[in-house]
Design a protein around this ligand. Structure first.
Ligand code: SF4
Ligand code: SF4
Length: 377
């Protein structure tokens, strides 16, 4: 397993990280819970085969992920890994809450320190909130006390906000969404470059855009098949990321043995700067082919949220795009049923126009919602 070192630290980790947000689950009564034996076996197998970066968060699996990670890291496994978890910024109301959640997470994880402690899903609003709560003093204090080793943040907003947060504190890591499709979205490739130049290590989340890039529509598979070296869509998606010198670790939310073993195989050859100019051109063509299948043009930035009527605009658009990409209307239809049950479907829209005013892509959201509603029938 190839490794990389976080700039400004002595921490070297595997380039494949185990993301513990999609652990294997099983039925228990009327709900799904983590299949603990399966998950623990998988995490330990990954560590035994070179994975040294484990990522979890307070809300993953309804709070169960941190508890299962603690069990997986018992029996000497904790000492073998770098452990990252995240503060649920949206739940914090007072300065005392910052310490309260950190202490609770240390307890849940059954450890005396967290290696990377991330401010979770940061955006403009959460940055302002944390500033009011004097977050820098909290993080300084947490480092000084040894409860955390390195302050970090994960991010979901636009590129300007990314730079503002990046430059607001002496972070040691930033976790961003990046994949073949998102070079101009979220933190953007320019944000990753800025972090690199500042000496802040990058951890990648959503490398397969929620699993979408694990599959290839015909136009994409034609491109891959014409390439002299045969690689799966997953392998290409990871290769695009581990090629980047700024990227320390790519998180994969592995849910079964096949995914784990395939990822371990792929990351055996995770060399930085491995892609030729021709391969980069291929990635541009692949991106165009994926985007050519999509109808909405929605980038998932979520600037249009929350909608006063609770319409889940980006989720609906994503489901629609996915169903078009893979010629599977059932994707949209199935998810729309849930939106209807939760009263967050297009029929709730009162055409107030707030979303369209907020959308940086200038999408005709109201009209697109009507079309998505029709397509789901
Ligand atoms: S126009 Fe409709 S979808 Fe957009 S914010 Fe208003 S109610 Fe929500
Ligand atoms: S509809 Fe527009 S504002 Fe909303 S998530 Fe998509 S691109 Fe962003």
């Amino acid at each position: 397993m190839n490794t990389a070192t976080f700039p400004g630290t002595d921490v070297t980790v595997s380039r494949l990280g185990f993301g513990c947000m999609r652990l294997p689950t099983m039925e228990q009564g009327d709900k799904r819970v983590i299949d603990q034996n399966y998950a623990i076996e998988m995490i330990r197998y990954a560590i035994d085969h070179g994975v040294t970066y484990i990522d979890t968060a307070y809300p993953y699996h309804g709070g169960e992920s941190e508890l299962v990670v603690a069990k997986a890291l018992a029996d000497g496994y904790r000492e073998k890994v770098v452990l990252a978890t995240k503060l649920p910024v949206w739940l914090v109301e007072t300065e005392a809450d910052l310490d309260k959640y950190l202490d609770e997470q240390l307890k849940k994880l059954n450890t005396d320190h967290i290696d990377f402690y991330l401010m979770h899903a940061m955006n403009k609003e959460r940055l302002e909130k944390l500033r009011k709560l004097n977050y820098k003093a909290f993080l300084d204090r947490a480092v000084e006390s040894g409860k955390i080793r390195f302050p970090a943040f994960s991010f979901h907003d636009g590129p300007e906000c990314f730079l503002e947060i990046l430059n607001d504190y002496d972070w040691k890591m930033a976790q961003v969404q990046m994949n073949i499709l998102d070079g101009d979205e979220q933190a953007c490739l320019s944000g990753i470059q800025a972090a690199y130049e500042k000496g802040v290590g990058i951890v990648i989340m959503e490398p397969l855009r929620g699993g979408m890039l694990a599959k290839a529509p015909k136009e994409v598979s034609d491109l891959y098949e014409a390439w002299p070296v045969k690689r799966s869509p997953v392998e290409w998606a990871f290769r695009y990321l581990y090629d980047m010198p700024a990227v320390i670790t790519v998180l994969s939310g592995m849910s079964d043995w096949d995914q784990l073993k395939d990822n371990l195989r792929i990351f055996e050859a995770a060399e930085v700067s491995c892609m030729s100019a021709e391969e980069k051109t291929l990635m541009d063509d692949v991106k165009k082919a994926y985007l050519g299948r999509m109808k909405t043009g929605c980038t998932g930035c979520r600037y249009c949220q929350p909608c006063p009527q609770n319409v889940r605009i980006p989720d609906i658009f994503r489901s629609w795009d996915e169903s078009l990409m893979f010629d599977q209307p059932s994707i949209l239809k199935g998810r729309m049923k849930n939106h209807i049950a939760n009263k967050e479907d297009p029929s709730q829209c009162v055409e107030c126009g707030m979303c369209e005013a907020a959308c940086p892509q200038h999408l005709s959201i109201i009209d697109l919602l009507k079309q998505a509603n029709d397509a789901a029938k």
